[in-house]
Design a protein around this ligand. Structure first.
Ligand SMILES: Cc1cc2nc3c(=O)[nH]c(=O)nc-3n(C[C@H](O)[C@H](O)[C@H](O)COP(=O)(O)OP(=O)(O)OC[C@H]3O[C@@H](n4cnc5c(N)ncnc54)[C@H](O)[C@@H]3O)c2cc1C
Length: 409
């Protein structure tokens, strides 16, 4: 069994999850060289989700992935292990990975993010593409590449399901990407049909009605066929059935549907789940004695956004330090995140309370927000590189991940 290094004065933490919550908690704690952090993640890379739509539509993969080894290269008090944790034992205070390794903890932080769900709709899991990971994006780009570069023909329809922020961003960028690929490979691109299908009566259903209207108009100007109040019923290799109507396509992208990580439901004696399946935590993010849950996994008002995961991580790290110093922890006060949704090149909608900014200025604000987002997690040089990568175009479908310092396995 791997034991965390022992020191009586320092904070000793085992973190599961190399995403926004886990990495940010580790970085905040690592500022004090006395603290020791062990971070376990199932992937070698940190994934910057907000730009996945952009990497999926031809922009450099460097804006969406950064190796964990590079993030922690200068932190000798952080040990990174690549493993998938599948059991937690609160009695022996240890977790076990699918590698067979056990890791003991004094304090455990869990931030393992969400997983995709298809709501049991027949065929979706088999016949649709996703953009939530590098492998999903690779498959989608391969599909586009095979059609356009090898078969020299377009699909009859390109369908994005879900007009939340991810689906909206993707649908807005997809046409430009397909046309660019066509130009590159000498294929006629007129007649590219992009559909955005949404079950709710409007796009961006969680934004204000005015924002939904402005964004829908913008999408239509970009040539996207917006179809709201439409129910996806089935997918097969040739078509998608939407509210009884078949739409011919073999390029259907599913952006709806997330469920909490199954790691929690596997441990009902440790975690209590709310009706949405999120983990019930107290005002200090404690879910069980010495086990904290943050980010997308925790039942907090604004869970589901990177900004919330970072805010959670900052408070949790500060509290763990305060507790080690014998000071009382501070209670969590939820903070309303800013919504910043790009809709096509250099255009975004920004919404926060009653403030709404649409268009080019919105696009600039979103660009600035991405730089801040990178800086919250990545070293300055990597942040600037990732930020600039948004302007770099890749005409192939193959997106190799650049690896530097390797974490331990
Ligand atoms: C396509 C997309 C676009 C988004 N855009 C935005 C945006 O523009 N703005 C915004 O604020 N939010 C955005 N979000 C939401 C945001 O990405 C999440 O809220 C945020 O990532 C949550 O952070 P987290 O640490 O809880 O989980 P994650 O960042 O998902 O991190 C979870 C980590 O745990 C790892 N892991 C999972 N299971 C295990 C296991 N069993 N053992 C070990 N490791 C494991 C995962 O590989 C991952 O590294 C977007 C999400 C998606 C999917």
């Amino acid at each position: 069994m791997l034991m965390a290094k022992k020191s009586k004065t320092s904070v000793q933490v085992l973190i599961i999850g190399g995403g926004f919550g886990g990495v940010r908690t580790a970085l905040q704690l690592a500022k004090n060289p006395e603290n020791h952090i062990t971070l376990i993640s199932d992937k070698e890379d940190f994934q910057y989700y907000p730009t996945l739509y952009s990497s999926a539509t031809g922009h450099s993969h460097l804006e969406s992935w950064a190796p964990l080894g590079e993030i922690f290269a200068d932190h000798t008090n952080v040990d990174v292990f690549i493993d998938t944790i599948d059991s937690i034992d609160a009695v022996t205070k240890s977790v076990r990975g699918i590698s067979g390794t056990s890791y003991s903890y004094n304090t455990l932080v869990v931030a393992v993010g969400v997983v995709t769900t298809y709501f049991g709709i027949p065929g979706l899991e088999t016949f649709t593409y996703g953009i939530k990971s590098e492998s999903e994006i690779r498959k989608l780009k391969q599909r586009l590449f095979i059609d356009i570069a090898e078969k020299n023909k377009l699909d009859r329809n390109y369908i994005v399901i879900g007009a939340g922020p991810t689906g909206t961003e993707l649908a807005a960028a997809l046409g430009t990407y397909i046309r660019r690929l066509c130009k590159h490979y000498g294929v006629k691109s007129h007649g590219v049909k992009i559909h955005l299908i949404e079950a709710a009566p409007r796009v961006l259903p969680r934004s204000s009605e005015m924002t939904s209207r402005v964004v829908e108009n913008r999408l239509r100007k970009l040539g996207v066929r917006v179809e709201t109040s439409k129910k996806v019923e089935e997918a097969n290799a040739q078509e998608l059935i939407v509210s009884g109507r078949p739409i011919e396509s073999h390029t259907v992208i599913w952006t709806s549907g997330v469920a909490n990580n199954p790691l929690f439901s596997k441990h009902p004696s440790i975690f209590t789940l709310d009706p949405r399946g999120k983990v019930t935590v107290d005002q200090y993010f404690m879910a069980h004695k010495d086990i904290y849950v943050i980010g997308d996994n925790a039942a907090t008002p604004y869970a589901g956004l990177a900004q919330t995961a970072i805010h959670n991580a900052d408070l949790l790290a500060a509290n763990l330090i305060r507790l080690a110093q014998g000071k009382p922890a501070k209670a969590y006060k939820p903070r309303l995140p800013v919504s910043a949704v790009p809709v096509g090149s250099n255009w975004a909608v920004i919404e926060w309370r009653f403030i709404r900014i649409y268009g080019f200025i919105g696009g600039m604000i979103r660009r600035a927000a991405d730089l801040i987002g990178y800086k919250d997690i990545l070293p300055l040089g990597t942040s600037l590189g990732a930020w600039r990568a948004a302007r770099v175009y890749e005409n192939d479908y193959f997106t190799p991940t650049v690896k530097t310092k390797k974490p331990r396995r």
